[in-house]
Design a protein around this ligand. Structure first.
Ligand code: GTP
Ligand code: MG
Length: 198
C-alpha cells in the first residue's frame, strides 16, 4: 500500500450521524499512547491528526480519507484520569457505539506502548473485540524508546499479557517510521476483507 492522499474529513460525537460506504480502519488505545501520531506516521503527514503530549487530545471520532478509497478513524483514548466520570462514560459510549455500529469497520488497530504489558483497560478492549468478533491488530508503538536488542523481549511480554503469539504483534515507531511498512502491507490484506455480517 502506498498512501498517496490523506485528508481530514470530519469529526463527530455520534457515529450515527455519518453515512459512509467506504471501508474503515479504527485506531484505539490508552490516552496518550500515540494513536494520532501513528496515523500521521502511516500517512507521512505531520499534522494530519492532532497529536499532543497532553493526554485527552482526541475527544471526538475523527475521519481521515486515505487515497479516496478508505478511512482511518481516530478514536478518543481510554483511561484518561483527569476527566469526570460523566465524561468518561460519554467517551466509552462514543467508542463502543462506534465499534458496534460501524458497518464498514474492517479492523481495529489497538495501539499499545511497547514498554508496558497490556493494562486492564487494554484487556477489556481486547475482550470486547473478541466477544463481538471484531478483527483487530495489536500495534506496539514507541520502539525508539527501547534498545533494539531488547525488542523481542518486550514484544513477547506484551503478547503474553494478551495471550497472543509474539508474531501477531506489530512493533512500530512513529518517530522513526520503523515497522510502518509491515503495517501498510497488512492494510492491503485487511481492506480486501468483506464487510461485517449483520
Ligand atoms: N518517542 C516517541 N514518541 C511518540 C511516539 N508516538 C507518539 N509519541 C508521543 O506521545 C505523545 C502522545 O501522542 P498522541 O499521538 O497525541 O497520542 P494519542 O494516543 O493520540 O493521545 P489521545 O488523543 O490523547 O488519546 C506525543 O507527545 C507524541 O509525540 C513514538 O513512536 N515515539
Ligand atoms: Mg489522539
Amino acid at each position: 500500500m502506498i498512501v498517496k492522499t490523506a485528508e481530514f474529513v470530519t469529526s463527530v460525537a455520534d457515529k450515527n450521524k455519518i453515512k459512509n460506504d467506504l471501508p474503515e480502519i479504527a485506531f484505539v488505545g490508552r490516552s496518550n499512547v500515540g494513536k494520532s501520531s501513528f496515523i500521521n506516521c502511516l500517512t507521512s503527514r505531520n499534522k494530519l491528526a492532532k497529536a499532543s503530549s497532553e493526554p485527552g487530545r482526541t475527544r471526538l471520532i475523527n475521519y481521515f480519507a486515505i487515497n479516496s478509497s478508505f478511512y482511518f478513524v481516530d478514536l478518543p483514548g481510554y483511561g484518561f484520569a483527569r476527566v469526570s466520570d460523566a465524561e468518561k462514560d460519554k467517551w466509552s459510549e462514543m467508542i463502543e457505539g462506534y465499534l458496534l455500529n460501524s458497518k464498514q469497520l474492517r479492523n481495529v488497530f489497538v495501539i499499545m506502548d511497547i514498554r508496558h504489558p497490556a493494562s486492564e483497560l487494554d484487556k477489556v478492549m481486547i475482550n470486547f473485540l473478541n466477544h463481538y468478533r471484531i478483527g483487530f491488530t495489536v500495534i506496539a508503538t514507541k520502539t525508539d524508546k527501547i534498545k533494539k536488542s531488547q525488542l523481542p523481549r518486550y514484544v513477547k511480554a506484551l503478547a503474553e499479557s494478551l495471550y497472543l503469539t509474539p508474531s501477531s504483534v506489530y512493533p512500530v515507531s512513529s518517530e522513526t517510521g520503523e515497522g510502518k511498512q509491515k503495517v501498510l502491507e497488512r492494510m492491503d490484506y485487511l481492506l480486501s476483507l468483506p464487510p461485517r455480517e449483520e
